[in-house]
Design a protein around this ligand. Structure first.
Ligand SMILES: Nc1ncnc2c1ncn2[C@@H]1O[C@H](COP(=O)(O)OP(=O)(O)OP(=O)(O)O)[C@@H](O)[C@H]1O
Ligand SMILES: [Mg+2]
Length: 1050
């Protein structure tokens, strides 16, 4: 089971704090070979690799060395999120990966400010170039960058396309095999952004230009040009599309490779060349050279008339001369003749057929090889740190990437394998030197006693190869320079003479019987640190010479193609000194490379290919064992394990294992060393199992660590529970705090708003009060700004108040008291209102009611404030008549004829003499009134003749109708004198009579007594007095005495 406890670090990145290398060991072996118990066993080593490979875990560490097994399939472990996972994470915190190496190197460069290098080695097809590309991509993606830096990252990646097109080829082992060694420097500025780059190339396999083994191809660029170039381009270059037409492309009989699309790659390369900054002209010249090399291959030789060697392919040679920009005859001459200088004299000798062929091939190799170097130079110019960037960003450190061939052991090993294996010896030497040195330095800094480490030091082999005068290279050079017949056989003899007896050198002659049987006579065997390799000496001398006839050089240096004239320098031709031999050149470049690498902190990536068939998922143990051996991986492990298997800084160790000891869990507050000491004592470590340095604990055996790890595994559920609990608590607390904070924010916002509103209201109120007071003070002034508010307010509030308190009826005389400034307006309003009410009232009045009212108004005019019982009569309605129709005698009605009775009432008539009361009916018509005694009209009173009507002011019903004195004409029907009557509804009756007679003003109300005319000019008096009850009787002195009770109003 894999545990991945995560903790969020300061930058918020998720860091895997579990040492996955340890926890995953049970399932898929160990992720670090250092933890392999049986570290001396090759079988255990390979088994570990195999188990991991089967699980697609292609990366494993040996300490800080990364072992990578080519998966031959796209694993989804190179995405951007994966890159992010590895950023800033320590080696042991996360599963092994090329990104871990890239990132650690980058961080070491930044933190320690020391140049770094990553050495990638391995057999052809093991994945070195892929690894180097992944590292570059990692930097391009993860490093900080600006516009220029992004462009540089792009240039670095594009440069790879160009180098691969010109320097890679399909071989039997790899469809995209790098046929040169490459060292690339990436320069970073103080911010850690890439600002420049530089590439060094080593030992290009030039022989491939002229020859390829069966099933292999020439460099990709030739096929790309023929397949991808358009017709027009091919025409200008005098090329045909079919690669089979070119001698240099037919040897391997493999024009096409299924895994490669030459057409697409052509586009990619052309784009890359443009991006890097090649001009149109440079491109043209470059393609001329490529086409020239193809034409050169097709140049054939024959025998002339005089037996001399001559060129038989005229067209090709003239095309070639055109493409190379050289004189055709000079070129032809140089290809068939050789110029020698003997005793200061120049001699030209013809070449044999074979010599001419090899001169041609030598030219092709030289042209291609030098053009390749020019290409690298050009790329370097584009990657070079620009001056302005140098000044602005102050480059700080470098990371070097070495993508170089690993140990090569073929069936037939030649000069190239010798050089390659020599290179690997040197790299192993450097590895030992640097690893041991760092190991020793670590022990010293940690104050731990240095124990001698048992390992094989390959210095002896390096010396065997490179030592001055006695080394193989020196002997080879000597053989090449020696006058007279030189050759591979004499070189071998020389080796035997000089090196015979060396423990690491064997030949057929020097070998014992058993070895002799398996070695050929043309071979010598070197016992490399990684194993034995037999080299066939055939071709050693020629390859070391790598010479090009001088006259060919002369022709080339006169080329109009500036790339060629740059590659073939005139000085080279003029210089009489022999150029350095190939092996020495290689040795010197290696020395320089070692110096470069030595000045840097190295990291290693060792690549292994799992099978020869380029198949995914197949793990060929024999092949892998072979590589493990030749890469010296066990040797690596042994050196790494010479001392302690495991070391870790105190804080890291304590952090990981503290749960295992009650004193250190959950936190140790003392010194770290004491904490670790307490912890290991608690765990029961024996003294020989570990050592405490100054800042690290060193554990000798993996077993000790695994036991501890197992204990931790067992403890994890408990820890998980604790972590869960505290995490949940933390989360809930955080949630609570967030809510609380939110509540406070809302509260304060709300309160603030409320307070602001209140303050605003108060301010407005204060302002109002101020205006009010000021207005009050100025209230008597003219309307002005000081009092306008107050006055408006007073008006407004009066009007508002008035609106509410308006009288509801015409009788309601109440009216709110107006302020002084509105007295006039108020009066107007009051009148208006009253009129309005009256108008409304009048509109509502019915004719019946109107009649009633008219009578009441008349009654009011007559009686108001004059007669006591008037007030009581107001509320009582006047009736149309007090007599029912049936109560009036028909005879009377007939007597009246057309004069309709309008009103009738029962009255009491008092005789003028004796005041005898007689019941009568008083009937009113429109023009007169009559007194009726049952059926008989007793008296007629014409309204026109009516002189007046008198009443007392008291509440009695007595009234006197004053009539004129009788004349003869009316003698019959009109009694003489006035009529004294009494009735219950005196006010109603008198009002009606007055209205009908239209004699309202004739009604008199007399207080005290009424005089009336009696018969024959005499005069009667009626006295009115107040008494306890109503009484009408004849009083003293012949007066009629009316006693009237008091009413409420009197
Ligand atoms: N990490 C990887 N993931 C997937 N495929 C890979 C990986 N590494 C290598 N390969 C495959 O293996 C092939 C060979 O790899 P590469 O060209 O890097 O080998 P090399 O070690 O550089 O060989 P040479 O020495 O011949 O140049 C690649 O073309 C690719 O198909
Ligand atoms: Mg490669």
């Amino acid at each position: 089971m894999r545990y991945q406890a995560r903790e969020v670090d300061v930058e918020g990145r998720v860091r895997l704090v579990m040492e996955s290398a340890l926890t995953a060991r049970d399932r898929v072996g160990v992720q670090d070979f250092v933890l392999l118990e049986n570290y001396n066993s090759e079988a255990a080593f390979i088994e570990n690799l195999r188990r991991r490979f089967k699980e697609n875990l292609i990366y494993t560490y040996i300490g800080s060395v990364l072992v990578s097994v080519n998966p031959y399939r796209d694993l989804e472990i190179y995405s951007k999120p994966q890159m992010e996972r590895y950023r800033g994470v320590s080696f042991y915190e996360i599963s092994p990966h090329i990104y871990a190496v890239s990132d650690n190197t980058y961080r070491a460069m930044r933190t320690e400010r020391k140049d770094q290098c990553i050495l990638i080695s391995g057999e052809s097809g093991a994945g070195k170039t892929e690894a180097s590309k992944k590292i570059l991509l990692y930097y391009a993606v993860t490093c900080p960058s600006n516009h220029h830096m992004a462009a540089l990252g792009d240039h670095l990646l594009q440069a790879n396309h160009v180098l691969e097109a010109f320097g890679n080829a399909k071989t039997l082992r790899n469809d995209n095999s790098s046929r040169f060694g490459k060292y690339m420097d990436v320069q970073f500025d103080f911010r850690g952004a890439p600002v420049g780059g530089h590439i060094l190339n080593y030992l290009l396999e030039k022989s491939r230009v002229v020859h390829q083994n069966h099933g292999e191809r020439n460099f990709h660029i030739f096929y790309q040009l023929l397949d991808g170039g358009d017709e027009e381009l091919l025409n200008t270059l005098d090329l045909e599309r079919n690669p089979q037409n070119y001698q240099y492309l037919v040897k391997g009989n493999c024009p096409r490779v299924s895994s490669i699309s030459d057409k697409n790659n052509w586009k990619v390369v052309m784009k890359a060349l443009t991006v890097i900054g090649f001009t149109e002209e440079e491109l043209q010249k470059l393609l001329n050279i490529i086409a020239g090399v193809l034409n050169l291959g097709n140049t054939q030789f024959g025998e002339g008339d005089e037996g001399e060697t001559c060129i038989t392919t005229e067209t090709e040679i003239s095309n070639l001369a055109k493409l190379f920009g050289v004189d055709v005859s000079a070129l032809g001459e140089a290809l068939t003749h050789k110029k020698l200088t003997a005793k200061g004299e120049e001699m030209v000798t013809p070449l044999s057929f074979e010599q001419a062929m090899s001169a041609r091939d030598a030219l092709a190799k030289a042209v291609y090889g030098r053009t390749f170097s020019w290409l690298v130079e050009k790329i370097n110019q584009s990657l070079a740190l620009k001056d302005e960037i140098y000044h602005s960003s102050q480059p700080s450190s470098l990371i070097g990437l070495l993508d170089i061939y690993g140990f090569e052991v073929l069936l037939q090993n030649s000069f190239e394998q010798f050089c390659i294996n020599y290179c690997n010896e040197k790299l192993q030497q450097l590895f030992i030197e640097l690893t041991l040195r760092s190991e020793q330095e670590e022990y010293e800094t940690e104050g731990i006693e240095w124990e001698t480490v048992q390992y094989f030091d390959n210095k002896i082999i390096c010396d065997l190869i490179e030592e001055k005068h006695k080394g193989i290279i020196s002997i080879l050079d000597e053989e090449c320079l020696r006058p007279g017949e030189t050759g591979d056989v004499s070189f071998l003899e020389k080796l035997e003479d000089t090196l015979g007896g060396h423990h690491h050198f064997v030949t057929h002659k020097l070998a014992n019987g058993k070895t002799r049987r398996i070695m050929s006579r043309e071979e010598f065997r070197l016992l490399h640190y990684a194993g034995e390799v037999n080299y066939n000496v055939n071709g050693f001398v020629e390859k070391n010479n790598d010479s090009l006839n001088r006259n060919l050089k002369e022709v080339m240096c006169q080329s109009e193609n500036h790339i060629l004239s740059h590659c073939f320098r005139r000085e080279e031709v003029m210089d009489q000194k022999r150029p350095e031999m190939a092996a020495t050149q290689f040795k010197n470049s290696l020395m320089k490379l070692m110096d470069i690498l030595r000045s840097k902190e190295p990291s290693y990536v060792r690549c292994i290919k799992p099978n020869d068939g380029k198949q995914s998922g197949r793990f060929d143990e024999v092949l892998v064992r072979h590589q493990v051996k030749y890469l010296g991986l066990l040797e690596n492990l042994r050196v790494r394990r010479a001392g302690f298997a495991y070391r870790r800084r105190f804080e890291a160790f304590l952090q990981r294992y503290k749960p295992l000891c009650p004193e250190t869990w959950p936190n140790w507050n003392g010194r770290l060393v004491d904490g670790v000491s307490t912890l290991v004592n608690h765990l029961g470590y024996k003294p020989e199992e570990y050592k405490l340095g100054r800042s690290k604990i060193f554990i000798r055996f993996p077993k000790t660590l695994f036991t501890t790890e197992d204990a931790l595994e067992a403890k994890k559920p408990e820890i998980a529970l604790t972590l869960q609990t505290s995490w949940r608590g933390y989360r809930e607390r955080a949630k609570y705090q967030r809510i609380r904070h939110a509540v406070i924010v809302i509260q304060s916002g709300w309160r603030g708003m409320k307070a602001r509103r209140r303050a605003k209201r108060r301010r407005q109120a204060a302002e109002l009060i101020r205006r009010f007071i000021k207005g009050f003070i100025y209230r008597h002034e003219e309307y002005c700004p000081e009092n306008e508010y107050f006055l408006d307010h007073v008006r407004c509030s009066f009007l508002k108040n008035l609106r509410k308190n308006l009288p509801k009826s015409v009788l309601d005389k109440s009216w709110p008291t107006p302020p002084s400034l509105l007295v006039e307006a108020s009066e107007h309003l009051r009148i208006l209102h009253m009129r309005n009410m009256v108008m409304k009232y009048c509109r509502r009045v019915q004719p019946e009611w109107k009649k009633q009212l008219v009578q009441k108004v008349v009654a009011s005019e007559i009686f108001k404030d004059k007669k006591d019982d008037y007030t009581q009569s107001v509320g009582r309605l006047f009736l149309d008549s007090r007599l029912e129709r049936e109560q009036i005698n028909l005879k009377v009605v007939q007597t009246l004829g057309n004069d309709k009775v309008q009103y009738g009432a029962s009255v009491v008539k008092y005789d003028r003499r004796g005041f005898k009361p007689r019941p009568r009916q008083l009937l009113l018509t429109n023009t007169f009134a009559v007194l009726v005694d049952r059926t008989k009209i007793k008296q007629r009173i014409d309204y026109t003749a009516l002189k007046g009507i008198s009443l007392s002011s008291l509440s009695d019903g007595v009234f006197v109708v004053h009539m004129p004195t009788a004349d003869n004409k009316q003698k019959l029907c009109v009694p003489q004198g006035d009529v004294v009557l009494q009735c219950n509804n005196v006010i109603e009756l008198v009002t009606k009579v007055a209205m009908m007679a239209d004699k309202i003003d004739y009604v008199n109300i007399n207080p005290g007594s009424i005089r009336f005319a009696s018969a024959r000019g005499r005069e009667g008096i009626i006295d009115f007095v107040r008494g306890s009850e109503m009484k009408v009787a004849k009083g003293k002195r012949g007066h009629l005495l009316v006693t009237v009770p008091r009413t409420n109003s009197t």
